[in-house]
Design a protein around this ligand. Structure first.
Ligand code: AHM
Ligand code: MG
Length: 338
């Protein structure tokens, strides 16, 4: 009996990254090295998340981050892991992490031409109860590669200029979804091999969905369009009278992962209390918007394409509605009408 190809010839993340490199004539393998460094960071964090309860890494670390939120020990571990792995890759000039107020400029001999923006452990309020968390990352290439001159101008750029983005979700398994601008590929960490193996070669988000995902506790503060959309989801207006289902994990990575695979919409709108929403443009909104668009879906602030935002600060926020094309278009239409 023939052995399934996947069993004897698994396409690992590293091998896939190389195939992407081969599609870019002139590529010198530097992005390949960088993406591999991210893969290693994700494996480390995956293992740390799985051992967290046993290793005593749960609970507060006793300090707060830029946004004044309590940091959990695992956030700090993940942040250090990614900083070290990215620095050592020799491919980065600037790192922006959710956990640190200031940009990190990499010095020689480790300096390279890429900028990585990342949230090392998103959804950390979910850690102590074992719910999925994740790492989100986006990559820019410096405006003047090789010049040795790098500044915040290299970072405060629209998402359309990102060269790659992705996330790793530490859930029932660890899943990595990644794009280099040629569609989205998904990998699952095979714990026996210690490798991410391709399981979703070409992720396509369903054009229409029947799941909405939003923190409905904030409903009283929503704008009229968001209120109307959610009312219509419940009334089944867009689904032949059958109400949509509500799913909300409270970990962006998990909520977006489900949206990519099952379709539907994920929203974190602006509201009266948070006039710019909650999620951060550089390392939450852009990477997810890039992935969703590459999977055939859409992402908007409500009035414009998420990827076209020009960030004004490294930790700036923006409202986001992303998912199935038709659902996001309904929101855009309601925003014009309401
Ligand atoms: P964090 O970066 O502090 O973990 O916050 C980001 C998380 C996202 O993962 C999630 O989508 C959102 O916060 C949930 O916020 P809320 O609890 O307000 O619904
Ligand atoms: Mg976070």
């Amino acid at each position: 009996e023939a052995v399934a190809a996947a069993e004897t010839d698994p396409l690992t993340l590293s091998a896939w990254i190389l195939t992407q490199q081969h599609k870019s004539p002139g590529a010198r393998g530097r992005l390949t090295v960088l993406l591999n460094a991210i893969g290693v960071g994700c494996k480390f964090v995956s293992s740390a998340v799985r051992r967290a309860g046993l290793a005593g890494m749960m609970g507060m670390a006793g300090s707060s981050n830029v946004q004044g939120e309590d940091q959990k020990k695992l956030d700090l571990v993940a942040n250090e892991v990614f900083k070290n792995s990215l620095r050592r890759s020799g491919q980065c000039c600037i790192l922006i992490t959710e956990e640190e107020d200031e940009p990190i400029f990499i010095e020689e001999p480790f300096r390279g031409d890429y900028i990585v923006v990342f949230d090392p452990l998103d959804g950390s309020s979910n850690i102590d109860c074992g719910v999925s968390v994740g790492t989100i990352f986006g990559i820019y290439k410096a405006k003047n590669p090789g010049s040795g001159k790098y500044s915040l101008d290299d970072v405060l750029r629209p998402g359309t200029e990102m060269v790659a983005a992705g996330y790793c979700m530490y859930g029932s398994m660890s899943y990595m979804m990644i794009t280099t601008g040629r569609g989205v590929a998904g990998f699952t960490l095979d714990p026996t091999l210690g490798e991410f193996v391709i399981t979703h070669p070409n992720v396509q988000i369903p054009t229409k969905g029947n799941i909405y995902s939003i923190n409905e506790g904030n409903a009283a503060n929503w704008d009229p369009a968001t209120k109307k959309y959610v009312e219509e989801c419940k009334a089944g207006t867009y689904n032949k009278g059958k109400p949509y289902s509500l799913r909300y994990v409270g970990s962006m990575v998990a909520d977006v992962h489900r949206t990519l695979l099952y379709g539907g919409i994920f929203c974190y709108p602006a509201d009266k209390k948070s006039p710019k929403g909650k999620l951060r443009v550089l390392y939450e909104v852009f990477p997810m918007a890039f992935l969703v668009e590459q999977a055939g879906g859409k992402s908007t602030t409500g009035t414009s394409r998420s990827l076209e935002i020009v960030p004004d600060s490294i930790h700036g926020r923006a409202p986001i509605y992303l998912g199935s094309k038709e659902e996001v278009e309904l929101i855009e239409k309601l925003k014009k009408e309401c």
